[in-house]
Every structure is written in structure tokens, then in C-alpha cells.
Design a protein around this ligand. Structure first.
Ligand code: SF4
Length: 335
């Protein structure tokens, strides 16, 4: 289980900017409002929910004053009936007590049953979160909360939640729900190589290859992109020796067989593609993991051959269409 200090250490390691406030333990939204913390417009409340058969658990984070009903969340997530998880589940799965729930609780869920969904209202903004301790509150970008969870192997994303506070013209809930449903349905997800997505460098040489193509940036701003670095997800470090495919194996420049790590990361890419039901994937060309048309020939001499990386191979075998960063227009036809 990880708590405040470990979360602080994790954020520091990932170079996440945050503000941390220590205070007396609180249990309710009203108590948190009395603390006089800054950024109250980005204060949250969190629901820890489960489905009927207790197979799926969710942490739903929305704005403190927003009214959202469980039926609406259930419809958006496409689950069976939802109810609040018990205090026992809170302790066993998240390691926290009532009043301390936040997306960081999912870091303690070793079974990885818990999925985190943060109201899209927070996209591009700060949000508050207890660091698994209701005696402290952090403020940090919602983007970073999602990134920390994903890079820790958890499932985290935004969710479009209709709520009563958005109904300023009094035209009723039905119209709001219809708009949200249409918007959600049209926002297909796209799996992308993390080095194209940007953020923390993940390439073997400690660099990124952040893609600035306008179409890619548009997809990014729409919240469609699901970044994955198969090599990092497979347990390899940054930086690391570069590797190439030699026959059926992946061998790095030092002669070490790294096939197992590459395969593990490739399987994680497939898991994410299925999880998000992606429309397609855009993967970095020439990589022994992500190359989709061309890879290096295994001699470390700079020669390229037609071929595909290990993650792309597994993605295609799983039925996912894969394009390179040079084929965005072609890929866009599938949306
Ligand atoms: S494995 Fe893929 S995502 Fe990771 S650095 Fe290589 S090309 Fe980029």
C-alpha cells in the first residue's frame, strides 16, 4: 500500500508539479470547504462504486458541487447496476477510510480491478486529490493524475458527466443527456506510441519524438489518444540500449535477448487497445516494438527492411488496424 509520502515521492520522480496542504483529517465535503484551501473552483468529490457482481470497481471524480446520479454513470460506462462500494472494500482495495477517496486510491489496488474516471471538466485544469490520507490535500493538473495512474499500470481516463449545474437555460436534463451521449459516441479512442504523444521521454535514447502534426494535435485535444510505450510498459528503463529484431527474437546492442520484456509490453498494448476499444493505432515507424511498415534489419548498421515491430504484430493479430505517424490522413478515414 502506498500513502502520502510514497505518493509525494512518486510525483517528484515523475516531475509532476503540485501543491500540498496538510490539515486536520476531514470526512465530508462540508468539512473540506471549511479548511479555506485555495483553488476551490477545482475541488472534487469522489465516488467509489461497484457493479452488481462486484467484478468491476470505479473511482468517479467530479466537481464538488455537481450533482450526478448513478444511473447516468452506469449508462455512460455500460455496466450493470452500480452502487457504492462498502467501507470494507475501501480499506481492502484502496487502503483508505471514507473521506480519503481520490484517484490515487487506485495505486493500492493490486488486483487492478479499479478503473478511474475523472470528469472531463477538469481536463486542462487543476484538481484536488487526497494522497490516500484525509489529513492532506494536493492540487495538481488532472492530466498528471491520469498520467501517474496509467504509468503505474492503472486504468484512468476522462468521462463526460452531465450534471445539474450545467443546465443554465432550464431546458431540462433530457437534452443535456442526449448531447453527451452523441459526443461520447463520436469520440473514438486511438492507441498511440507514447514517444509521439509527448510528456516524459520514453525512447531508448532518453528523448521524445513528440508529433506536432495538426491532425494528431486535434485528436489529442479531443481526448482521443491513449498513449502506450510497449518497451517501458514491458519493464525496460529510460534510457536503455537500442534493440533490433533478429529472426524471432529481440536483441539489444549489447547482445542481450530482451524478447520477454518486449513481448510483455506488446501484450500490455493489446490489453489497452481492447480496454479502450480503439478505432485504430498510430505507432512510431521503424521501432522494434512500434514499427508498422519498416524496421531495422538486425545488424545495427542502419539498414532498414520491410517489417513490423513486436507490439504492432500482436495488435494486428488482435484485429487492431495500425498506421505509422506518416499515415494520419489514411487513418482518419476510420473515425
Ligand atoms: S517502444 Fe514505441 S512508444 Fe516506446 S519509445 Fe519505442 S517507438 Fe516510442
Amino acid at each position: 500500500m502506498i500513502f502520502k509520502q510514497e505518493i509525494v515521492n512518486l510525483l517528484d520522480r515523475m516531475a509532476v508539479q503540485y501543491e500540498l496542504y496538510e490539515h486536520q483529517p476531514i470526512k465530508t465535503v462540508a468539512e473540506s470547504q471549511d479548511l479555506g484551501l485555495p483553488h476551490q473552483e477545482w475541488a472534487t468529490k469522489n465516488f467509489f462504486l461497484r457493479d452488481k457482481k462486484k467484478k468491476h470497481y470505479f473511482i468517479i471524480t467530479t466537481q464538488e458541487n455537481k450533482s450526478v446520479d448513478l444511473r447516468t454513470i452506469r449508462q455512460i460506462l455500460g455496466t450493470s447496476a452500480l452502487s457504492f462500494a462498502s467501507d470494507e472494500d475501501l480499506g481492502n482495495m484502496l487502503g483508505v477510510v471514507s473521506g480519503a477517496v481520490s484517484p490515487f486510491g487506485a495505486l493500492n489496488d493490486e488486483s487492478q480491478k479499479v478503473k478511474v474516471y475523472i470528469d472531463r471538466l477538469f481536463e486542462g485544469h487543476l484538481m484536488d486529490a487526497h494522497p490516500n490520507d484525509n489529513g492532506a490535500t494536493m492540487f495538481l493538473p488532472a492530466e498528471d493524475v491520469i498520467r501517474v495512474l496509467r504509468e503505474s499500470g492503472r486504468t484512468a481516463d476522462y468521462i463526460d458527466l452531465p450534471g445539474e449545474e450545467e443546465e443554465e437555460d432550464g431546458e431540462g436534463e433530457a437534452e443535456t443527456e442526449t448531447e453527451i451521449e452523441t459526443d461520447t459516441a463520436s469520440r473514438s479512442k486511438i492507441l498511440v506510441s507514447q514517444c509521439l504523444f509527448g510528456g516524459d521521454p520514453v525512447r531508448y535514447d532518453g528523448q521524445s519524438k513528440t508529433l506536432k502534426d495538426p491532425l494528431f494535435l486535434k485528436w489529442k485535444s479531443e481526448g482521443r489518444l491513449v498513449p502506450v510505450c510497449p518497451e517501458v510498459f514491458g519493464g525496460l528503463s529510460v534510457p536503455r540500449p537500442d534493440a533490433q529484431i533478429v529472426g524471432e527474437r529481440v536483441i539489444n546492442r549489447e547482445g542481450t535477448d530482451v524478447t520477454d520484456a518486449y513481448r510483455k509490453g506488446a501484450q500490455e498494448a493489446v490489453r489497452l487497445a481492447k480496454e479502450y476499444q480503439v478505432a485504430f493505432a498510430v505507432m512510431k515507424e521503424k521501432s522494434p516494438s512500434c514499427g508498422s511498415n519498416e524496421i531495422y534489419d538486425g545488424t545495427f548498421s542502419g539498414n532498414r527492411i520491410a517489417g513490423q515491430g513486436l507490439a504492432v504484430k500482436l495488435l494486428r493479430e488482435a484485429g487492431v488496424k495500425v498506421f505509422s505517424e506518416e499515415q494520419l490522413e489514411e487513418a482518419a478515414k476510420l473515425l
